[in-house]
Design a protein around this ligand. Structure first.
Ligand code: SF4
Length: 530
């Protein structure tokens, strides 16, 4: 049995040999049936999205996800997460990972500016939670593997629970050590675990993982991928059986696992995964990864969406992941870690953890959510009543700085949110990172083409304000700039614009045309780095 981290000693590692691994029987339907949003009807939904509420899942599951920005798409507009970098070591090598590379302007898993001790991490979490009442979730996501560093990971969780009991605890793992540590995870009330699973076929796994370190040995090739696969499936089954919510992350690697991710989706759904998060490969040569150096490309925006769409009906999809740094702080899509560096923490007086202030914020968010739902329903009713084509479906980009509203200037955007809109629904399908166009009060025209390319598959972009130059450039590219919905809830604004668009198409004022593809931006924010 692992030794408890409560004693402060290293949890033991009970290795299970290959012969002891049980066959991957699918005996978990009952667990999966109640576990995830959208699973009750047997059909997964496009996302664990904004329509999911207490009516869609058991009360205890709703309680776990309602304020979690990664497990609820709706919550991600209002609530923040933070990662603490207490887990530097890793027990496998992935061809898309190089933890040596660091750039503070970059959002990418495995990247950190400062590694922390558990004590420093707890101090940082308490300081952040006091300054940012939206922060509801603490995750340990590296820069290595949380479970390859069990003592640091569980010591952090234990100390944090004592200081800030209302913060939800999460960790991310490649799954290799997971079966040995499931009991320890449950002991610490960690009820959200992310497992990165890129394959369920070791032949494919051998193209992604050059080696693993397991049972005191380095394994390579098919043997390594087989062990990893079996340990991942076993760990997932064990977490599901204990009622821990699991999210499966898969990196979409064109030509290697793009078609295969449908099999992954099916297999993890059988084993009770709550969410499946299919993310684009990031493989810039300067990151020094094997894939980056050998020219393996990442997917385009439409390639990513096609694989995600093909997986609909299986495990519920997460589409709002930002592939965050292992020391990210703030709302998804923003990073405030610079405000909480070690030297700044040293200068802070003793922080008082204000539970009342945090609760007051959360109550306010509940009111906003109700108003947002009501506005959306009203707009949907108007959309279905409109005497115009019911078949149109378009993508709309939105400039927002949070709160679920259209409230950001075009020039200040570093990330657009993308919604798919039809007469029947408006739902979040992704985000697009861009370099900030407006620098020091003036537009940087060199950035503009890349910003337009990032949303080139959208029919419109909803903004709080936009200058004449980007407006002209967007119009030329066929993307309609819209500043008529400032401060509106996003779904209502998108549906209202869409109703107007359909009316214009019906009248012949506009010719509806399909849009092209868009680019997924990789690498650091060059403008901010300058
Ligand atoms: S990497 Fe994805 S899942 Fe993890 S905190 Fe960021 S948004 Fe959430």
């Amino acid at each position: 049995m692992p030794t408890s981290a409560l004693t402060g000693s290293q949890p033991g590692t009970t290795y299970v040999s290959m012969g002891q691994l049980k066959p991957l029987k699918i005996r978990l339907e009952s667990a999966s049936n109640g576990a995830g949003c959208g699973t009750t009807g047997g059909e997964g939904k496009a996302s664990c999205g904004s329509s999911d509420g207490p009516q869609d899942m058991p009360a205890e599951v709703w309680d776990k996800v309602k304020n979690h920005p990664c497990y609820s798409e709706e919550a991600h507009h209002h609530f923040a997460r933070m990662h603490v970098a207490v887990a530097p070591a890793c027990n496998i090598q992935c061809n898309y990972c190089n933890r040596k590379y660091d750039c503070s302007n970059e959002s990418r898993p495995g990247v950190v500016s400062q590694k922390l001790t558990p004590e420093q991490a707890v101090k940082k979490v308490v300081a952040v939670a006091s300054a940012i009442p939206q922060m509801t979730v603490l995750g340990i996501a590296g820069p290595g593997d949380a479970l390859a560093n069990p003592k640091k990971t569980f010591d952090t969780m234990r100390m944090l629970t004592a200081r800030a009991p209302d913060i939800k605890l999460c960790l991310s793992t490649n799954g290799l050590a997971l079966p040995d540590l499931v009991d320890e995870i449950c002991k610490h009330n960690i009820d959200h675990v992310t497992i990165t699973i890129n394959m369920v076929d070791p032949e494919i796994g051998a193209k992604i993982y050059p080696w693993i370190f397991w049972n005191h040995k380095r394994l390579t090739g098919i043997e390594a991928a087989t062990v990893l696969h079996q340990r991942q499936m076993l760990g997932l089954e064990m977490l599901t059986a204990r009622g821990v919510l699991t999210k499966v992350n898969s990196v979409l690697i064109p030509g290697i696992n793009d078609q295969h991710l449908m099999d992954v989706n099916r297999e993890v759904k059988k084993r009770g995964a709550f969410l499946h998060n299919i993310m684009p490969l990031i493989s810039e040569p300067e990151h020094g990864t094997v894939f980056g150096l050998t020219g393996q490309r990442g997917p385009s925006a439409q390639e990513l969406k096609a694989v995600q769409d093909a997986c609909m009906g299986g495990a519920n999809l997460m589409r709002h992941c930002r592939q965050c740094r292992a020391d990210a702080v703030g709302l998804l899509g923003e990073d405030r870690s610079d405000e909480f560096t070690l030297d700044k923490l040293d200068d802070m007086e003793d922080v008082v953890y204000d539970l009342e202030k945090r609760k007051a914020y959360q109550d306010k968010v509940e009111q906003e959510r109700s108003a947002q739902q009501a506005a959306k329903q009203q707009a949907l009713a108007a959309a279905s009543a409109l005497q115009a084509s019911q078949d149109l479906k378009v993508l709309v980009a939105v400039a927002t700085k949070g709160g679920g509203r259209v409230n950001e200037h075009f020039g200040h955007v570093t990330e657009f949110q993308v919604y798919e809109v039809s007469a029947a629904k408006a739902h979040f399908v992704g985000h697009r990172r861009v370099d900030q166009y407006c620098q020091g009060g003036a537009g940087d025209d060199e950035q503009l083409p890349s910003v337009v390319r990032a949303i080139n598959d959208c029919h419109a972009v909803l903004v709080a304000k936009i200058g004449a130059c980007p407006r002209d450039e967007l119009m030329l590219a066929g993307v309609e700039p819209v500043d008529a919905y400032v401060g509106e809830f996003i779904e209502k604004a998108a549906l209202d614009w869409f109703n107007d668009y359909r009316a214009r198409v019906a009248s012949g004022a506009v010719l509806h045309q399909h849009r092209g593809d868009a680019a997924i931006r990789q690498g650091a924010y060059t403008a901010l780095a300058a």
